[in-house]
Design a protein around this ligand. Sequence first.
Ligand SMILES: O=C(O)CC[C@@H](O)C(=O)O
Ligand SMILES: [Zn+2]
Length: 532
Amino acid sequence: MVPCLASRWPARLLRASPPCWLAARVRGTPRERSPRPRSPHEAGRGCCSASGAPEVTLTPQRYAVQRLPFSAVSEQDLAAFERIVPGRVVTDPDELQAFNVDWLRMVRGSSKVLLRPRTTEEVSRILRHCHERNLAVNPQGGNTGMVGGSVPVFDEVILSTALMNQIISFHGVSGILVCQAGCVLEELSQYVEARDFIMPLDLGAKGSCHIGGNVATNAGGLRFLRYGSLRGTVLGLEVVLVDGTVLDCLTTLRKDNTGYDLKQLFIGSEGTLGVITTVSILCPPKPKAVNVAFLGCPGFAEVLQTLSTCRGMLGEILSAFEFMDAQCMKLVGQHLGLASPVRDSPFYVLVETAGSGAGHDAEKLGHFLEHVLGSGLVTDGTMATDQRKAQTLWALRERITEALSCDGYVYKYDLSLPVERLYDIVIDVRARLGPNAKNVVGYGHLGDGNLHLNVTAEAFSASLLSSLEPYVYAWTAEQRGSVSAEHGLGFKKKDVLGYSKPPAAVQLMRQLKALLDPKGILNPYKVLPTQA
Ligand SMILES: O=C(O)CC[C@@H](O)C(=O)O
Ligand SMILES: [Zn+2]
């Protein structure tokens, strides 16, 4: 058994933490949420022990990366920070540990200082100081990213948005929410749901992730199929530029065609171009009826036909279409003790509908189920109309990441592929690795053409990595897919940008970076490929 160390979390997260066996990171209907997501290493009945796990290897020891010639934080800098954010400068190494290590415990920096501003003005003064002093800065939200973008690589100053957690306004007719970047997604969900709206995005990490981090990484998640990308639902942003300038593009307008849409530069830029401090976002009305069906399919061809049938028969009420293979299901059972109500299928799909008429939706779903069962596309299935059962079904999908982390070292790939080829790469990689891998699994947001290909092994192995990379990236590029569908590039994927973007695009990205951050102090070593 691979030991999973109970990871250290920021105090607010630990306070919110229920006992691990209770804290099912379930999703269910939009009405009720789990208290917080857990690190895979503090979760999972039976899989995690609090002792015996090795310290996470320092990033520069595992990866070839050289510290850039930034200044080191001095006593004078600490005194200046103390004047800007009095009592909110953290230098205690024990406290800093959780902020230096990523959620998956795969990368570790060695920052000596964490700053906790409350206002845009404080962020502006911090950045102005760091810019003048040539100090590198790592903006950090809930630290739930998957690609090592949210923690320092070396000794960057960590700028946490955790205390920037105020809701500024909510408009009950338009559904437009304006809030600070450090608001936790789940808390925003609860706030707008009490007013009959929902957030346009939902993620397994909702209990910890910050809306500013979601926007900075253009997070996808479970509602993408229905409500689309944050690039469409974010209406405005306030961003602090590297020299401390506050860029107020915080419009709440649905339509605004005046010049370049500057906010799009910061959405998905992972904190490398500016620090997002306030977000204006459009929330859809809360659906009145939510149903979840969990189905077993005899093959991937049938999964695809079920998706087409779903689109045709459920139309406007379809709100999620997720798939997972039998290996995923085996791991959630083995490591988390979750039993699937549908068994012995090579593939499973989770279909969610969300609409405004319970009777109408149930009738549509009923006809759909009758059809897919009758035609053999689906061999077995179960349906939930009540919230508790729906949550249990969602947990089978949402907790796969956690189960994988309990299985060993995980090599993660987050690919956009044409749906008809989407599972071929899983079969291919499984054959390629043979017994060198423990498990090779495929799951993800099939409705969005997004595969999560994950490979587990007892421990990190450079030779296994070399069998996977660049093979997986080249395979994806051949299909004109994306090497990062929704997780971003961060530190771990920055050098594979070229598989999804042409040299001219990468060059333009470098020029934008140089324009907005000429000293390169904002989240360095992330997003853009290392230059020779
Ligand atoms: O762990 C992963 O690879 C995927 C995580 C997340 O994007 C999900 O869809 O569950
Ligand atoms: Zn995902």
